[in-house]
Design a protein around this ligand. Structure first.
Ligand code: C5P
Length: 287
């Protein structure tokens, strides 16, 4: 994970980026309640959260909107403790939010991964990727991805990772005023017809190939729960998005653009497409 900054005051700050799933293939729900996934996730540059971990006399997670034990950063501290199997010094986590919640860009998962990385660095545990990813998997399906970043195929629940190449692209993430619950989107998915099988087309080498390659099997479910998403998708496509793609389980839509000038134009037009939306300009540098 990039952007680890130690401070002289005895704290470590880590930048927590968002992700987008360029491909999200979802299988039928398993006996454990989870759906088997094949997904290509990429970590985006641009908007981000900042997570600072410091020593404290009482555990605290300070985060606008989701403070305390409900925040995945709290579960990350528990998972770190379980991974090292001995008591650790008490820590506090401060999260500056630049990312939206319930948007499908993985903000909460990214904060949890950043908490693990920052705490590992602050306490000098030297856990390394494998052990950090194991702790991350105990927190949530997307959390191990954020330990690695870059571009990864993720399988299983989303926690079995394999690095891949992916083309550079510019994008605009449009976040509607109303979010979506991941659990509810998967529940709606269960009531709809199964998506077509994987066509195994290789990852395109250039961004223009993404227009036809990207796929998100949760799109019909998200659209059924929030029908206005179809209008936003249509408006972004008309404005030049190639493609417009639901972020994870939504409700944000990522407009991938052929170049930075087109992305800037989409970002200017986007606020009128969805009342009360937030517009985030982001990019993937390619790997
Ligand atoms: O793992 P995480 O807590 O992020 O998942 C949130 C919810 O999303 C789960 O409770 C489950 O309902 C759903 N989910 C799923 N299949 C996955 C990942 C998540 O059904 N592979």
């Amino acid at each position: 994970m990039a952007g680890v900054t130690p401070s002289p005051g005895g704290s470590v700050t880590v930048v927590a980026p968002p992700k987008v799933n360029l491909r999200l293939l979802v299988g039928p729900r398993g006996d454990d309640g989870y759906h088997p996934l094949v997904t290509l996730m990429v970590a985006l540059e641009g908007p981000a959260d900042r997570v600072t971990v410091s020593r404290a006399t009482a555990r605290a997670v300070r985060c606008p909107g989701i403070p305390g034990p409900a925040n995945l950063a709290w579960a990350a501290l528990d998972a770190l403790q379980a991974e090292v199997a001995r008591p650790l010094p008490t820590l506090a986590v401060d999260i500056e939010k630049g990312l939206p919640a319930q948007a499908g860009v993985g903000g909460g998962s990214s904060d949890a991964a950043a908490t693990l990385v920052a705490a590992d660095r602050l306490l000098g545990l030297g856990l390394g990727h494998e052990r950090l990813e194991r702790a991350a998997a105990a927190v949530g399906s997307d959390v191990p991805f954020f330990i690695r970043g870059g571009a990864q195929w993720a399988r299983g629940r989303g926690e079995v990772l394999e690095p891949t190449t992916a083309p550079a692209f510019e994008c605009v993430i449009v976040v509607p005023g109303q979010g979506l619950s991941t659990t509810e989107v998967y529940r709606a998915f269960d009531t709809l017809p199964h998506p077509p099988p994987d066509d195994h087309v290789p990852v395109p080498a250039h961004a223009r190939g993404l227009a036809t390659w990207c796929r998100n099997d949760l799109w019909p479910a998200a659209r059924s729960l929030q029908p206005t998403l179809a209008d936003l998708h249509e408006a972004l496509t008309a404005a030049g998005a190639a493609p417009a793609l639901l972020c994870g389980s939504g409700s944000a839509i990522c407009a991938i653009a052929p170049d930075a000038v087109s992305a800037d134009a989409i970002a200017v037009a986007a606020p009128a497409m969805s009342p009360g939306c937030r517009v985030l300009r982001a990019r993937f540098p390619g790997v």
